[in-house]
Design a protein around this ligand. Structure first.
Ligand code: C2E
Ligand code: MG
Ligand code: MG
Length: 672
């Protein structure tokens, strides 16, 4: 489409309004006499001297560039309704335009105004909006060819001849979109599409309509680009489930995906093995050669072990120098033995990092599914036990979860029936540990902690029996007992004038009950307790599991007035995301941060700052020394628990410790 200057002089004599616009310079290059009138110009010189680029909007300038590229690429001809502003006066015309090569070789635009547009203002505005919007709008024939694309769609289309079918990358998504469209007459889906910049994620809203020109049935697509959002989402998901150093899946991935794999293995009637790998004396390497070398060693080890695995083996880094492999195979015991030997050999090969020769060996623990455990948590504990066994036997070796450990499992079964009896005989007792305000030493609450008053063995601490209760689901009954006791105690103290908030621990296992919130609430009501003065302590691991159900349970509890604390905070997954997603009111900093005065100080400070910002309550656990207490005071920590003030005590001793006299009249306050 190249016109010679001579041809232009013929155009000058036409009544049609024709002009050439120089896109690069933002000026009219030439105009016939009729168009001079349209532009309200006194002469051609006057018109060509107007600088139209200076007050052109960004989107118009962009569109012009797009047209220029389209003219070059496809020699396309367009017809659009434009509003021009000759000397600031709005004039709407229908313009037919195409490429025009200037004598100096640059691509300009030959425009012909068809008629003064006399449409409704809204029609004009909607036509303008269509031109300017970043939403990509395309009208397709039902057969697939495009009838119209707005500038945004034109800018992104990979190939102007593509159909509404070839626009979608995946056959499955195409099938899904068009069957919904055929069925309902409209559809809205996020799909992968071809664009001039490669594949992208678009949200397509499509609907059936008629082409206003031919009256034939057509599809109207509007699309927005969600690629950035998709990328962020994918990245966030990746980060939440992967370890930044080695790129391997992390602990949260293990809880979820390993269990899914075990379920699949069970459904298929197959067997699997869990391999727990720990590097020997890794701390020593870190300390002597530096963390940089330590990190490189971990990355190297992850690659080396990864190289031994089959595609469908699951491989994760639990944290530190601990790795996990879950493998399923027909003859699992011999398969996993071979794999364990392979790991021992490959990890033991010396490597040189930054000029230092590093020798490291691993210790491995293996347990089998389903014989050594039915779920990830149990298998993990058993594989870990087996790994400790390998270390005890001299490291650089592997050990199966052994018969002795199976003996322990038998012991556990005995314990289980004892525990059932204990429940019937009401051998459990609740102790209370005071929760103290850091600023003034006032006792503000108490944590209910269960003990087993065994007829022969004496007082059994919870770490002995709580895990067994959890494995055997006795935890529900034990938990209910503790809550009932705590709620009654809360009420009794409140009636006597002692206002304490009592905290009760909940096991993640209890949350498997979809009606947990209702059950807990009815226990509290039955006992006459006040939800406002009761708090539930949950674990971080709970928040990784069944998100929807956990969230619903916690929201119901919160709405009923209970406070919700995350127990042992900082030891697990410590993600800020929970604090937003779940109705958490309090963090209890794990006691390990109190006992180590070194590197964990930074973490404790971070948690304290965070709780202040998020306006959460915070309790430091395990405070044993005055030094720790004054450290907390300096940092304005809210509350603490710990042996410094008092260990957990039975009710009467608790009252004595906090100086409370139940016979004293109401209203008398306590102090420490
Ligand atoms: P937890 O909820 O983190 O409870 C705090 C534990 O730290 C208690 O151990 C307490 O005695 C101990 N502790 C408190 N102050 C100090 C201190 O200054 N230094 C040290 N070294 N330890 C301190 P306990 O009573 O043996 O309970 C252990 C765990 O058993 C609890 O940890 C909790 O997870 C679980 N547990 C206890 N009672 C229940 C219950 O009723 N239900 C459930 N699901 N779990 C319970
Ligand atoms: Mg607790
Ligand atoms: Mg705790």
């Amino acid at each position: 489409m190249t016109l010679l200057p001579d041809d232009l002089s013929i155009l000058d004599r036409l009544a049609h309004r024709v002009w050439v616009f120089d896109i690069d310079r933002g000026r009219v290059h030439w105009s016939n006499a009729a168009a001079l009138e349209l532009w309200r110009a006194t002469s051609l010189e006057e018109l060509t001297s107007r600088d139209m680029a200076s007050d052109m909007s960004f989107s118009v300038a962009n569109r012009l560039r797009q047209y220029q590229a389209d003219f070059e690429r496809h020699g396309t001809r367009f017809s659009e309704t434009w509003t021009l502003y000759p000397n600031g006066e709005a004039t709407t015309v229908r313009v037919l335009f195409s490429g025009y090569r200037l004598p100096d070789g640059r691509m300009a635009m030959l425009c012909e105004a068809l008629s003064e547009h006399a449409g409704e203002p809204d029609t004009l505005r909607s036509a303008e909006a269509l031109l300017h919007t970043s939403v990509m709008i395309t009208l397709y024939e039902r057969e697939g060819a495009a009838l119209y694309r707005n500038p945004a769609a034109r800018e992104t289309v990979a190939d102007p001849t593509e159909t509404c079918f070839s626009h979608l990358v995946s056959a499955d998504e195409r099938q899904r979109l068009f069957s919904e469209l055929e069925r309902d007459g409209h559809a809205r889906q996020v799909v992968s599409v071809n664009t001039s910049r490669g594949e992208a994620w678009h949200e397509i809203s499509a609907r059936g309509c008629r082409d206003a020109v031919s009256g034939k049935e057509a599809w109207l697509f509007s699309e927005i680009d969600l690629s950035d959002l998709k990328r962020t989402e994918a990245r966030a998901h990746y980060l939440a489930h992967h370890d930044a150093l080695t790129g391997l899946p992390n602990r949260s991935f293990v809880s979820r995906r390993f269990q899914e794999r075990l379920d699949a293995v069970r459904a298929a009637g197959e067997e699997a093995a869990l391999l727990f790998i720990d590097l020997d004396h890794f701390k020593h390497i870190n300390d002597s050669l530096g963390h940089g070398v330590g990190d490189e060693l971990l990355v190297h080890t992850a690659r080396a072990i990864g190289g031994l695995l089959r595609d469908d083996d699951l491989f994760a880094r639990l944290g530190g120098d601990e790795f996990l492999v879950l493998a399923a195979a027909p003859n699992i015991r011999s398969y996993v033995e071979k794999l364990a030997r392979g790991v021992l050999d490959i990890v033991a090969e010396p490597v040189v990092f930054r000029g230092s020769r590093v020798n490291v060996t691993p210790s491995l623990g293996v347990c089998l599914f389903p014989e050594d455990g039915e779920d990830v948590e149990t298998l993990l504990r058993h594989a870990d036990l087996a790994m400790s066994r390998a270390k005890e036997r001299g490291r650089n070796r592997f050990a199966f979860f052994s018969t002795e450990l199976n003996d322990a499992a038998q012991l556990r079964r005995a314990l289980e029936s004892e525990l059932r009896l204990a429940l019937e005989r009401r051998e459990f007792v609740v102790y209370y540990q005071p929760r103290v305000r850091v600023s003034d030493g006032q006792v503000v609450g108490a944590e209910a902690l269960v003990r087993w008053q065994h007829p022969q063995r004496g007082l059994v601490p919870p770490y002995v029996f709580i895990p067994v209760c959890e494995e055997t689901r006795l935890i529900g009954a034990v938990g209910n007992f503790v809550l009932e006791e705590a709620a009654k105690q809360q009420r009794a103290w409140a009636e006597a004038g002692l206002d304490l908030r009592i905290s009760v621990n909940l096991s993640p296992r209890q949350f498997e009950d979809a009606e947990l919130a209702e059950h807990l609430l009815s226990i509290v009501r039955g006992a006459g307790g006040n939800p406002q003065q009761l708090e539930f302590e949950i674990t971080e691991s709970l928040l990784l599991g069944n998100v929807a159900q956990t969230l619903a349970t916690l929201q119901t509890l919160r709405a009923a007035g209970f406070a919700i604390a995350i127990d042992d905070f900082g030891t697990g997954y410590s993600s800020l995301a929970y604090l937003h997603r779940y109705p958490i009111t309090c963090l209890k900093i794990d006691r390990s941060f109190m006992s180590q005065a070194d590197g964990s100080v930074a973490i404790t400070e971070l948690i304290l700052t965070m709780t202040k910002m998020l306006k959460l309550d915070v309790v430091a656990e395990g405070v044993e020394t005055e030094a720790q207490l004054s450290w907390l005071k300096e940092r304005q920590c809210m509350d603490y628990q710990g042996f410094l003030y008092s260990p957990p005590l039975p009710v009467s001793e608790f009252e004595a410790r906090i100086g409370w006299d139940p016979t004293r009249p109401k209203g008398d306050s306590t102090s420490s």
